[in-house]
Design a protein around this ligand. Structure first.
Ligand code: CAA
Length: 386
């Protein structure tokens, strides 16, 4: 099913597929092994125009819609999930809010180099004691003349150690709780900005994940994104879009699991015939294909809602929830189909199994997605059948 894709969307998907298979897939296992940041891949993604896909052309982007972004994300993730972390953070979590809430001056200064891939950005919301509940963040920003002075720490920041621009959320008025949170565009060269520990992770080894520390970090008032006190809503709206990106990433990982399982099922023989002719394997392949396709369609639906300019929080949460849980299920099945070989680093399913896990955690755990979905559904007063 093509979901009514336009010719342009089909061409971009094919371009992304060819690029990912030729340039990214051959490097994926090596970057997983060395745990080095996928810097060359990020540079190539920028050259392909994949780091500012939804940014208008006047600000250096490709001016495309969310559906096209999702199509390219799936292909990149299918080849190398670590590289697609950079793609989703840059497009969804950094470029989108600057384009949506930034002033023209901020867009010229920051969005243009971000969208072209000249520099990387990061999104710093989570804190050691405020992950699922960002409204309780401890980082503060205190007004001082033409500047705000930031103090606090952020954790689990993807690309935080390689970014030049960081969106940072801080309390400007603690008494107002979530309505006292403000978003700042911080240049990582600003005094008081420090990169902390680089985390060692279960999967997506080629992505950079760090702690960030702000010690009297002085940020000009002109770098406030949106209005004072609007930060929480900016963070939430941004995450709605981010969740579509993670859903597409999970679809890509799930598809890679199907690809690997199908290939192995044709090659490997047991009981005198290929695995592909054994019913127990066929049933697994059928379930994998069905679940991944369901995730894909939920992801397209959420992307369509976003492109139509209607609120899509529930649809994005449904897509992320289903796609991430599916990626983990199908990775498990792909390992099982490979038997003992699936447990070895020599086979890609071992990496896919580890890479899939994070999609159920970052940009809101599955528990948070269920909370968003139930809250919207209960408000609607009827089952979500659309
Ligand atoms: N869009 C617009 N507004 C929204 C919104 C959305 N999606 N979600 C909430 N709001 C608004 C509400 O309407 C409400 O507005 P008012 O002030 O006018 O009443 C306000 O925000 C507060 O809403 P809630 O009372 O629902 O907020 P809450 O504190 O209960 O939180 C939550 C709701 C869904 C649990 C939210 O906190 C959440 O999504 N938590 C998970 C955070 C998360 O995903 N973190 C991951 C960080 S990024 C990352 O993973 C690292 C990386 O580098 C990739």
């Amino acid at each position: 099913m093509e979901f009514g894709l336009t010719e342009e969307q089909k061409i971009i998907r094919q371009t992304a597929r060819d690029f990912a298979e030729e340039q990214l897939a051959p490097l994926a296992a090596e970057y997983d092994r060395t745990e080095e940041f996928t810097a060359p891949q990020a540079k190539m993604l920028g050259e392909m125009g994949f780091l500012g896909m939804m940014v208008p052309e006047e600000y250096g982007g490709s001016g495309l819609d969310t559906i096209t972004y999702v199509l390219a994300m799936e292909e990149v993730s299918r080849a190398c999930a670590a590289s697609s972390v950079t793609m989703t953070v840059q497009n969804s979590l950094v470029c989108w809010p600057i384009n949506e809430f930034g002033s023209d001056e901020q867009k010229r200064k920051y969005l243009v180099p971000l969208a072209t891939g000249e520099i990387l950005g990061c999104y710093a919301l989570s804190e050691p004691a405020a992950g699922s509940d960002p409204a309780s963040m401890a980082t503060t920003a205190v007004e001082d003349g033409d500047e705000y002075v930031l103090n606090g720490s952020k954790i689990f920041i993807s690309n935080g150690g390689v970014a030049k621009v960081c969106l940072v959320w801080a309390q400007t008025d603690r008494d107002l709780k979530h309505r006292g949170i403000t978003c700042f565009i911080v240049e990582t060269s600003m005094p008081g900005f420090q990169v902390g520990t680089e985390e060692k992770k279960l999967g997506i080894h080629g992505s950079n994940t760090v702690e960030l520390h702000f010690e009297n970090c002085r940020v000009p008032k002109t770098n406030i994104l949106g209005k004072i006190g609007d930060g929480f809503k900016i963070a939430m709206q941004t995450l709605d879009g981010g969740r579509i990106g993670v859903a597409a990433q999970a679809v890509g990982i799930g598809q890679a699991c199907i690809d690997a399982a199908v290939k192995y099922s044709h090659q490997r023989h047991a009981f005198g015939k290929p695995l592909a002719e054994i019913e127990a394997i066929q049933i697994k392949i059928a379930d994998m294909a069905t679940e991944v396709q369901a995730s894909r369609l939920l992801t397209y639906h959420a992307a369509c809602q976003k492109d139509q300019g209607v609120r899509f929080s529930k649809e994005a949460a449904m897509a992320k929830l289903h796609a991430s849980e599916t990626a983990n299920k199908v990775a498990n099945m792909a390992v099982q189909i490979h038997g003992g070989y699936g447990y070895l680093r020599d086979f890609p399913v071992e990496r896919l199994y580890r890479d899939a896990r994070i999609t159920e955690i970052y940009e809101g755990t599955s528990e948070i997605q269920r909370l968003v979905i139930s809250s919207a559904t209960l408000k609607e007063g009827r089952p979500a059948t659309e």
